[in-house]
Design a protein around this ligand. Structure first.
Ligand code: DC
Length: 227
């Protein structure tokens, strides 16, 4: 039994660099819930395309998505694609470059959303991504939209890149973030939107701990604009 109730769904959306993955993971740990990283599933499909030399819009890829097995282990820390651990491969620059094109294909989204909803129906979760509060779990018990300024998100991303000794600059990372925002918010199918019943959390000047505390307090108080 988790610390909130018998079956609870906490959904979070937000743009790249808003902190939602780290925050969602911590909240899942603290509350004893399953963590669902929806972006990792689109990344796994991108790996599937690369392994089979398929383009994102090929009918073969859609067929393969229908029959492939994507599974999380270690409470969302590792991801298996047809029993192969692709946790490292989903974070490569090649996947970073290709994933937005895979994630915009409606038939692929349809399959992945069904899979996410199945995971959600099996137990309590904290799920994060771009359409969790709007499309995947429109009736989630709690919804949050995490955001931060482009500058702050670029700084966070740059700090991550520097760990790998990359030569990125704040300017280039800011441009990349803006491009991803544009793709995520303007695509025809399931664009990133703020659900009208989500609590908006601006993380620009907040530490991860502050955001986690704020969200857990809201959950414990039962603050949910949609209910
Ligand atoms: O959050 P991320 O960077 O791992 O997401 C990878 C890509 O997948 C990114 O292009 C946005 C997309 N995505 C999506 O379209 N819908 C989701 N629910 C999660 C991610």
């Amino acid at each position: 039994m988790n610390k909130i109730g018998p079956h609870v769904t906490i959904a979070m959306d937000g743009p790249a660099g808003s902190g939602k993955s780290t925050v969602a993971r911590r909240i899942a740990e603290k509350l004893g819930l399953l963590y669902l990283d929806s972006g990792a599933m689109y990344r796994a499909v991108t790996v599937l395309a690369i392994h089979n030399e398929l383009t994102s819009d090929s009918p073969e890829l859609i067929d393969q998505v229908k029959t492939c097995h994507i599974k999380f282990t270690n409470n969302g820390k590792r991801i298996l694609l047809n029993d192969e651990d692709v946790s490292a491969e989903i974070r490569t620059p090649q996947v970073n470059r290709l994933v937005a094109d895979v994630a915009k294909i409606p038939e692929i989204r349809h399959e992945i959303v069904k899979h996410q909803q199945r995971i959600g129906s099996e137990g309590s979760i904290v799920a994060e991504g771009r359409d969790l509060t709007t499309i995947v779990f429109p009736d989630a018990d709690f919804k949050f939209y995490l955001d931060a300024s482009v500058r702050e998100r670029a700084k966070r991303r740059l700090a991550e890149l520097r760990k790998q000794d990359a030569e990125a600059t704040l300017k280039s990372v800011e441009a990349e973030i803006k491009e991803r925002d544009e793709k995520d918010t303007t695509r025809a199918h399931s664009p990133l939107r703020t659900a009208k019943d989500a609590i908006i959390v601006d993380t620009t000047d907040k530490t991860i701990d502050e955001v986690v505390d704020f969200i857990i307090t809201a959950i414990c108080k039962g603050e949910n604009p949609s209910k």
